[in-house]
Design a protein around this ligand. Structure first.
Ligand SMILES: [Zn+2]
Length: 169
């Protein structure tokens, strides 16, 4: 049973790669949504948003070229919504906890995925400091310190500025 589902998964993954290859050719004529062959398709809008938020700030980022991967699966450690692992030999693997994913809206998902790409792509460490009201200055906070999150549609722009230009904050 397990073996069968694994096989199906690989078939499915193979299909995605093929499809994305076709899409690439078509994109020469009609620009389409970007595809990220190494990333769970549910994460694509967030990966694309990360690139376009960078582009809007004059930074060119190609997560496909960087071979950043992304999966949604159970993270055993409690209260961990996402993680990034990278080494000199692997470019960066983003994991989003499936339970977190199922119970979160777009905003919180973006927060976590941008945080992990902050580690995996920008190679940022955690930043724990807070403003005068106790709100975290950065979405790169670890979540285990005192500052409180305030990532929403109003604050999003500033938090993303901080993500790409931490020295200005
Ligand atoms: Zn982190």
């Amino acid at each position: 049973m397990v073996r069968l589902s694994l096989k199906l998964f690989f078939l499915f993954a193979g299909t995605i790669v093929l499809l994305s290859t076709c899409k690439k050719d078509e994109a020469l004529i009609v620009p389409e949504e970007r595809s990220f062959p190494l990333v769970d398709q549910r994460l694509w809008p967030y990966f694309e948003a990360f690139e376009s938020e960078a582009a809007a700030r004059g930074i060119s980022i190609d997560l496909v070229e960087e071979e950043i991967t992304g999966v949604i699966e159970a993270i055993d450690e409690e209260h961990v919504a996402g993680q990034c692992s990278y080494s000199p030999f692997t470019p960066g693997d983003v994991t989003v906890d499936d339970e977190f994913w199922n119970n979160s809206g777009t905003n919180f998902r973006e927060f976590i995925i941008f945080h992990e790409l902050g580690h995996c792509y920008l190679k940022r460490d955690h930043r724990e400091d807070s403003d005068n009201f106790g709100f975290c200055k950065s979405i790169m906070r670890s979540g285990v310190e005192d500052c409180r999150d305030r990532y929403n549609t109003q604050t999003r722009h500033t938090y993303i500025d901080e993500l790409f230009f931490p020295g200005n904050f």
